[in-house]
Design a protein around this ligand. Structure first.
Ligand SMILES: Nc1ncnc2c1ncn2[C@@H]1O[C@H](COP(=O)(O)OP(=O)(O)OP(=O)(O)O)[C@@H](O)[C@H]1O
Ligand SMILES: [Mg+2]
Length: 469
């Protein structure tokens, strides 16, 4: 299979470069690819319960393979050929892609792995990204039986707005009506969509995520509805399932729905009305049973006024509206969220840090968080990486935050509509990110990635906020 071949080649190259043995498994614990030495010593089967325990831990360092509690039941118990292993779960955006492991079989390599743990962790993460980028476009991995999501990953906090959202979700758990989640970038729309799915009647079915801004317009229809054999040049021989078919009996999450091309909007409306889809190049329709959740960070009023979005579709999507307020309007949740991110990032950074100083929290509280929870998480990740104490202190704050917290107090007022200050804050963040990279398309792609938005959304924001870089 060409796909596995490419993964195998990458693994061999990394192994040569880093002098470690490498193995990569799918979510069921089946070996996808490994170095020869690994297969020779450990074979192709893993002790699945052992690996299952590792999900959600990001990186686990095993210094006594074969002698750990979770090795009970493994045929290598007490005589595991591995001397040390560094294992990482491959999860991105809540989707499970499997596990990746760096292994040492000799005492010399064991020492190397232990002494240069941080170095190997970095390479492990890079390899993970490469492997996921190879896997993510395949149908198998688009389907959600690979998804990892624990309800406790979503922190509601104690603000009234979020408590109300929690109540609403509980109340609609038996419903399959469409939901539209709105909120600024980074407020947690994607995570909430997963939470809603997990709480719903269709939680046993797939959760399939589609980012409307990331699909080229020309491919949209075939991606959403699939295509039949020979539908166009370069079409796969066997045809291909679209996102609706992949999400059958589950949830389809259409992120950045405002980017749905106008010419496809009537087609989506039709599916929502009669539940029938027709593949591109197909001659008959097929019934699908899909719960739709969509999300956007763009104000729909403008889109409707400018006729960039059909109002009939909007009403269909917006049967149950949920608006997540920006973080600066729910600051009573800040401490809880900060502690949650510290805990989450503890494993990833390998630091023994469980909390932060009062001054540190003071700076976080005085800031206006234009990038919302994503920005908070990034700030904490930065601090966790460079902090030398056992709690986070103001010394490890990113400079931009320390400075802007002093010069720009939190925006006055509670929950009101977007104000000029907000646009200004967003403008500042975008400029900062753009300046961090070279002034080119690639630079902008990197900035967009950091901001957690698509390149198209970045260009649109630059135009709207009059950023000319
Ligand atoms: N309530 C929450 N509890 C814990 N983590 C959260 C919560 N909300 C958001 N996060 C984290 O914050 C980050 C941003 O969340 P998410 O991607 O869901 O935001 P978004 O609103 O979809 O952003 P965008 O508009 O850019 O797509 C993620 O890393 C997510 O895990
Ligand atoms: Mg999102």
């Amino acid at each position: 299979m060409p796909l596995l071949n490419s993964i195998s080649k990458v693994i061999q190259a990394f192994s040569k470069l880093l002098h470690v043995e490498i193995a990569c498994f799918n979510p069921k614990g089946e070996l996808i690819a490994a170095t020869e030495e690994y297969i020779l010593r450990k074979g192709t089967k893993v002790h699945v319960p052992f690996f299952n325990n590792l999900y959600g831990h990001h990186i686990t360092f095993l210094h006594e393979p074969g002698k750990m509690q979770s090795c009970v039941g493994c045929h290598f118990i007490n005589h595991c050929p591995s001397k040390a292993e560094l294992v990482q779960d491959m999860i991105i955006n809540g989707k499970k892609y499997g596990y990746l492991s760096f292994v040492s079989f000799s005492p010399e390599n064991e020492v190397k792995l232990i002494e240069n743990k941080q170095y190997y962790i970095e390479w492990l993460s890079r390899l993970k990204e490469i492997i996921i980028s190879i896997l993510r476009d395949t149908d198998v991995f688009k389907a959600a039986d690979n998804r990892y999501f624990a309800l406790e990953n979503y922190i509601f906090g104690k603000s009234k707005a979020l408590t109300d959202i929690r109540k609403l979700i509980k109340g609609i758990r038996n419903s399959t009506s469409s939901i539209l989640i709105t909120g600024e970038t980074g407020t947690g729309k994607s995570l909430l969509a997963q939470y809603i799915h997990e709480m719903s009647l269709v939680s046993k079915g797939p959760f399939v995520e589609l980012n409307c801004a990331a699909i080229p317009e020309s491919l949209f229809e075939s991606e959403i509805f699939g295509y039949e054999e020979g539908a166009f040049t370069n079409a796969k021989k066997s045809g291909k399932k679209g996102y609706f078919e992949l999400a059958d009996h589950g949830t389809l999450f259409m992120d950045e729905i405002a980017d749905l091309p106008l010419n496809l909007q009537p087609k989506l409306l039709k599916v929502l009305q009669d539940g029938m889809i027709m593949r591109v190049g197909g001659t008959s329709s097929k019934k699908v049973d899909v719960r739709l959740i969509s999300a956007t960070n763009q104000p729909f009023n403008e889109l409707l006024d400018e006729k960039r979005f059909r109002s009939d579709l909007y009403y269909r999507l917006n049967v149950i509206p949920i608006t997540i307020p920006p973080l600066r309007e729910r600051m009573e949740d800040l401490a809880l969220l900060a502690l949650h991110f510290i805990k989450k990032l503890k494993e990833r950074t390998g630091k023994l840090i469980d909390s932060c100083s009062e001054e540190y929290m003071g700076v976080l509280s005085a800031y206006h968080w234009p990038g919302n929870l994503r920005e908070l998480e990034n700030v904490i990740e930065y601090s966790m990486n460079i902090e030398s104490n056992n709690v986070l202190t103001t010394d490890s704050l990113p400079p931009y935050l320390a400075n802007s917290a002093v010069s720009r107090p939190i925006l006055a007022g509670k929950s009101t509509s977007p104000k000029p200050g907000l646009a200004e804050a967003e403008r500042d963040v975008i400029i900062q990110k753009l300046q961090a990279y070279e002034n080119s398309y690639t630079g902008k792609q990197k900035a967009a990635k950091d901001l957690g938005i698509s390149i198209r959304t970045l260009y649109r924001k630059m135009e709207k906020l009059e950023i000319h870089i």
